[in-house]
Ligand binder design. Sequence first.
Ligand code: NOJ
Ligand code: NOJ
Length: 407
Amino acid sequence: MLRGNYRRGAAAVFWAAFFFYTFSAYAESLNDWAKRVEPVALKKLLANVSPSGMVAGTVIASPSHEYYFHWVRDASIVLDELRKSDPKTAVSILGDFAKLSREQQKLQTRSGARGLGEPKFNVDGSAFTGDWGRPQDDGPALRAIVLIEEAKRRWMSGDLAGAKELYDGKIPTESVVKADLEYISHHWNQTSFDLWEEVRGFHFFTRMVQRKALVRGAELARLMGDRGAADWYSKQAGLLKKEILKHWIPRKGYLVATLGRDGGADYKYSGLDSAVVLGVLLGSVGDGFMGVSDSRVRATVKALERKFRGIYTINKRAGIPGVAIGRYPEDKYFGGNPWVLTTLAFAEYYYRLGAAARGDEFLERVKTHVYADGSMSEQMDRSTGFMSSMADLTWNYAAFLSAVRLR
Ligand code: NOJ
Ligand code: NOJ
């Protein structure tokens, strides 16, 4: 009897939670939700930038203990979005980030001669010394991409000294952007770990952002009168283009994430990976090469969508729009769940393509699973849909702001 009551009680609590969870998401329109969460996302993003007591310019990946570090990739992506959504606030933060980054470039790290590819740092600015997948060569590229824009802004506004602080045009260089561009232009033909920190090889994502850094870097070098360097960076960007094209595997019908694997995880058989879509969003330069409307990119997006629709229970539940998107189908990290930032990337992809209704499906999907107050953890449980893994992932808020800005 008691057991029966207990069971009934537990069932009632379950269904109450289920209905609340399911229908509370529908009570608010997507427009209202997006409008309400936008300032929340910006506030939460900023809460993870230079948190009190930490070195200025530090961006923590999440307040959760395991992610209480400054990742070069996350920090650069987050600050590039901040630059677009809140340019006034971004200016001084980018100054701090540039100074911190320059100091970190000079540290002795376990990446050794590939020191600029060091993926993450402690929040006091010092080098992280534990075992990790290193080097990760998307980091210098993403960092260059955001700081090149800051250098251009300074130059255009007449702050020539400020611009030269970021790009001095000297060899050996003492400036953060030039150091990154030299590193990229001399190391893109060597393998490194991917953005998911698991596989060593040549990656579509890394190559796309390396190419963008070199293209934009060449523009900056030309603007600031460093013509020899401009030619060199352009030439390397051109060579990268040829390598990027090799990721299209006609037999598979999609762009594969990694070629020439020479270390790290070996169970990613499909080669299907949302990193390709992120590479397009963060690495295309508007010159028609591997942009959102490229047929190979479209085919890859379709293949990913189809795959993720099939493997996650929450994508088969009736009544929830869109598809929850993970990193890659063979993922095991935290049980291999869909992620908020990859699902938001699909929303942004369709917004950029001009297919707003499709984009909204993915935004709806995120709206369904994140916390009602707008808090976004790294993952969405593949069978319950509840938020999982690290809390308040800074990158999520950047991905959200980027998607709604393009909506
Ligand atoms: C931590 C990394 O950040 C994550 O990307 C990876 O999946 C796990 N380690 C497992 O290697
Ligand atoms: C794990 C992700 O795979 C990686 O891309 C990210 O940089 C770290 N988490 C920190 O957010």
